[in-house]
Design a protein around this ligand. Structure first.
Ligand code: T5A
Ligand code: NA
Length: 213
């Protein structure tokens, strides 16, 4: 496998889960681990608050601005679209991308507000499909006990319960579900195994595809 490494593409790995499920902690640990293994990797996150669109999203999330539900949904999607070509280019040069939230967050959170799920999925069509989706599984109640919700717009127990329901609708057999209530080191070990398998598959020639697949 190592011999194929140079000519092969990187893997697109997405971590999903409720607010406070541990995504950000695990994403950075994963990138360090991969680098230690000599696998070139980068940490990505959505929303990417550094772009103009991302700044609009950020002020919405911090309740600094108000936006219509469909408008903010499309901005989240646009924030992924503006990164699509760079993502593809990185993957093709062999970089593995560890992505903190993606289209599944987009659909689960907007559907939880009452928008039609098919309408929510439509603008995501054509974005790169992840090679693996890892769901960090935690109950909304347990997540709420962690490090106090910071007061961003969606950090409320009743809303997170609805989001959890929509993640269940989106979930398919290809998702890897990891119990996020385990000690961080145990979650980390399981993620490492999942991601190494995924990277190996990509090195063996697994093709990139697009959503929704
Ligand atoms: N959104 C996002 C949409 O509505 N549409 C979209 O298209 C997208 C992309 C973005 C918000 O926007 C929504 C979803 C979100 O509500 P964000 O900036 O991504 O928000 O923020 P979150 O993902 O919610 O980040 P959080 O910081 O809340 O949660 P994480 O990243 O899941 O968790 P993390 O790693 O920061 O850990 C949280 C706390 O738990 C502890 C950590 O130390 C930390 O204190 N912890 C553990 N404690 C015990 N055991 C473990 N195993 C632990 N793992 C972590
Ligand atoms: Na949050």
């Amino acid at each position: 496998i190592a011999g194929n490494k140079k000519e092969s593409r990187g893997a697109l790995v997405v971590l999903e889960g409720l607010d406070r499920s541990g995504k950000s902690s695990q994403c950075s640990r994963l990138v360090s681990f991969l680098e230690e293994q000599g696998i070139s990797a980068e940490l990505w996150r959505f929303p990417d608050r550094t772009t103009n669109v991302g700044q609009m999203i950020s002020s919405y999330l911090t309740n600094t601005s108000q936006l219509d539900d469909r408008t903010i949904h499309l901005l989240f999607s646009a924030n992924r679209w503006e990164k699509r070509s760079l993502m593809e280019a990185k993957l093709k040069t062999g970089k593995t991308l560890i992505v903190d939230r993606y289209s599944y967050s987009g659909v689960a959170f907007s559907s939880a507000k009452g928008l039609d799920i098919e309408w929510c999925k439509a603008p995501e069509i054509g974005l790169l499909a992840p090679d693996v989706v890892v769901y960090l599984d935690i109950s909304p109640e347990k997540a709420a006990e962690r490090g106090g919700y910071g007061g961003e717009r969606y950090e409320k127990l009743e809303f997170q319960k609805k989001v959890a329901d929509f993640y269940k609708v989106l979930h398919d057999v290809s998702w890897k579900v990891v119990d996020a209530c385990q000690p961080m080191e145990d979650v980390e070990k399981q993620l490492q195994e999942i991601v190494l398998d995924c990277v190996t598959e990509c090195w063996k020639g697994k093709l990139l595809s697009t959503l929704w697949s």
